[in-house]
Design a protein around this ligand. Structure first.
Ligand code: TPP
Ligand code: MG
Length: 325
């Protein structure tokens, strides 16, 4: 990978990390409504996907994808701050503050949104892919799912149908080792999800999701395959989420140390940049620039107005406004 490209991805990863850390801080102070699942630790996987999906593609983010959502806004419309505002429930958010973390969507940048039912969009993604195929569009329809989703029936139905109809689907399975607190090897017949996907007969690959160079290359290869009309592709990203589900750490100390200190995606990219001769000062400047930018997004979100009551049902029901009493 060229130095400029790695620097761009490093910048993207820092945007995600700064976003999630600032959001976590604000959440703890009570400023962010609802629940919060962060993508901390998964920045390389997210940057690899966000940097290569076009606005005319489609992706269904999962509950840890604030980073991908923000990067998609930023890259295609230059308004990443609207994802932050959405998480704060403000009227300037991409869904006017009514979507929050799980329902942030903006199809104009390819973001078709998540919902609270894990795995449900494994079915929906087929519809987008089938429509694209029937219209002759070179669209990639991407479903970003956690390892936990693999236990849902829709996972297998989706892979099977994509295979027999040869649909342009990119399955991006983020295997962070746990669903809630269940280790992946206890919840599924294989701890390597790629083994379960292989039976459907299309290309499947497992990649180190914390290695931005490897993750970026794998996504590029998968997208080229799909755009060439060769059907679906499955990628399993091995990664780890910093955030547990409950307060306190439930994972073994050595495991935490490995992922947070020895195999952190940003530190790995930092080392790769150092090896390319990028100075510490330049790397630190990227970090400060992104941290500063995110603080501006936080201010924007905090200072934005709440949604108006009169618009509470707008865009909720198609062609039907509910009168507010
Ligand atoms: C159908 C369904 N079952 C259960 C839940 C509750 N739930 C929310 S997150 C989660 C675990 C998801 O694990 P995984 O897909 O591995 O994602 P991670 O949080 O590890 O990124 C569960 C079971 C849900 N949202 N939907
Ligand atoms: Mg998981």
């Amino acid at each position: 990978m060229q130095q400029d490209q790695l620097l761009d991805l490093y910048r993207d990863m820092w945007l995600i990390r700064a976003f999630e850390q600032a959001l976590e801080r604000e959440f703890e102070q009570g400023g962010v409504p609802g629940m919060l699942h962060t993508g901390l630790g998964q920045e390389a996987t997210q940057a690899a996907l966000a940097s290569q999906l076009e606005a005319t593609d489609c992706f269904f983010p999962d509950h840890r994808c604030h980073g991908i959502n923000a990067l998609a806004q930023e890259r295609h419309k230059g308004d990443g701050e609207r994802i932050m505002a959405e998480l704060f429930g403000k009227s300037t958010g991409v869904c006017s503050g009514k979507g929050g973390s799980l329902h942030s969507a903006d199809p104009s940048v390819g973001n078709y949104g998540d919902n609270a039912v894990e795995g449900s969009y494994m079915a929906t993604v087929l519809g987008v892919a089938l429509a694209a195929k029937m219209r002759g569009e070179a669209k990639v329809a991407c479903a970003i799912i956690g390892d936990g989703t693999v236990g849902r029936g829709e996972f297998h139905e989706s892979l099977n149908m994509a295979a027999i109809w040869d649909l342009p689907v990119l399955y991006a399975c983020v295997n962070n080792g746990y669903a809630i607190a269940t280790p992946v090897g206890e919840g599924h017949a294989s701890a390597d999800i790629v083994d379960l996907a292989r039976g459907y007969g299309f290309p499947c690959e497992q990649v180190d999701g914390n290695d931005i160079v490897a993750a970026h290359e794998a996504v590029g290869k998968a997208i080229s395959h799909i755009r060439a009309g060769k059907g679906p592709y499955f990628l399993e990203f091995k990664t780890w989420r910093w955030q547990g589900i409950f307060a306190g750490e439930f994972r073994p100390e050595a495991e935490v140390k490995y992922w947070r200190e020895d195999h952190d995606p940003i530190l790995l990219a930092n080392d790769a940049l150092e090896a390319m001769g990028v100075s510490q000062a330049q790397r630190s400047a990227i970090e400060s620039e992104q941290v500063g930018r995110i603080e501006e997004w936080i201010t924007f979100a905090k200072e934005s107005p709440n949604p108006e009551l009169a618009k509470a049902t707008a865009d909720v029901y198609v062609g039907w406004e509910v009168a507010s009493s």
